[in-house]
Design a protein. Structure first.
Length: 221
């Protein structure tokens, strides 16, 4: 299956990192990727918000540890003021506080700086298409953290979930991305997205991280 794309328009991306030696080469490389236009770079969270205000921006590739305003606060502000802008975190940090803080602030993807160009462009395109991408290390830490904190006895899911929606939720709980779910269930990614949208609405699930928690609490993962 092909990776998510935005055929209607090129994705307008802001690259945010406080180190120019990282920020500028990354922006140059991404600018050569099909369907991606780097419209601005930023050295801190304040500059990210300035770029979003100048807009339009589709995706911000966000470092976490930056001066003036860090990446988590910038992500939170973007979620509140520019909810149409998706955030993909790219950072050297994969500790619980960083992961949960970024996802809780509204980040749609989380990669470590071990990610290659293909992984980064795939995550940007997925975020632009309304999907989430977490790299394997982040998925494993998130699952371990949620399992440790899950309440004893579980939390019931609404009775109107279909068997297929419960199956999709279980696979999300295992850290599987949409593409993997589609391949596992022999259905299209578009169908997976439909099931996810339905189960999120029925169960009052906010985002992917919340879905992982609910799957574990319900004993599905």
């Amino acid at each position: 299956m092909s990776e998510p794309t935005q055929s209607a328009q090129r994705l307008r991306v802001v690259v945010a990192d406080d180190q120019a030696a990282v920020r500028e080469p990354l922006a140059a490389v991404l600018g050569l990727s099909e369907g991606i236009d780097v419209v601005a770079t930023a050295a801190d969270g304040g500059e990210v918000l300035t770029a979003a205000a100048a807009g339009p921006v589709d995706v911000v590739l966000m470092d976490l540890r930056m001066p003036v305003m860090d990446g988590i606060e910038a992500t939170r502000r973007l979620s509140e003021e520019y909810p149409e802008v998706a955030v993909v975190v790219l950072t050297t940090f994969a500790d619980d506080d960083s992961i949960l803080g970024a996802l809780g602030a509204g980040a749609r993807g989380y990669l470590t700086k071990n990610a290659g160009r293909q992984d980064i462009t795939r995550a940007i395109r997925a975020a632009g298409a309304g999907q989430s991408v977490l790299d394997r290390e982040v998925q494993d830490r998130l699952l371990a953290t949620v399992r440790t904190k899950a309440p004893v006895g579980g939390r019931a899911l609404p009775g109107n979930l279909t068997p297929r929606e419960r199956e999709v939720l279980a696979l999300i709980g295992q850290g599987m991305p949409n593409r993997g779910i589609a391949e596992k269930l022999f259905i299209s990614e578009a169908t997976v997205k439909t099931h996810i949208n339905n189960l999120f609405a029925k169960a009052g699930i906010r985002d992917r991280a919340d879905a992982v928690r609910r799957a574990i609490e319900a004993g599905l993962a």
